[in-house]
Unconditional design. Structure first.
Length: 121
């Protein structure tokens, strides 16, 4: 993973470290390099609550090496409640679409080698 230590620490506390445009206040993912609204490259850090809803996901029945005991799980895209920005992470023990309807509330609970770890609320 190429995530920054600050991002990982925030995720372990249940939060998402994002960027806030110094010029127009747009909230952006920590991975962007310029503001999509105004083009500014000046940002401040902002901490977002890692709670939101499932937008889409893919069920992974064949996990990467080392994570066999956690399968099946879902690779989930969630939209954060506060900002509407989208982040993706893993949710364990999802084997069928009935386990995870679109719109299910989820929260960030940690970070490991796969990335952000999510749980159903
Ligand atoms: Zn801006």
């Amino acid at each position: 993973m190429s995530a920054k230590p600050e991002f990982i620490d925030a995720a372990k506390s249940g939060n998402i470290l994002a960027r806030k445009c110094a010029k127009c206040g747009e909230i952006l993912l920590a991975t962007v390099y310029y503001c999509k609204s105004c083009g500014s490259k000046e940002f401040g850090d902002t901490i977002l609550k890692g709670a939101g809803k499932v937008v889409t996901y893919t069920i992974m029945t064949v996990p990467p090496a080392g994570f066999e005991d956690l399968a099946p799980y879902a690779w989930v895209v969630m939209e954060l409640d506060d900002s509407g920005i989208r982040v993706s992470g893993f949710l364990a023990k999802i084997s069928t679409p009935e386990d995870l309807p679109i719109g299910t509330p989820v929260k960030v609970t940690g970070f490991d080698e796969r990335g952000i770890v999510l749980e159903k609320l």
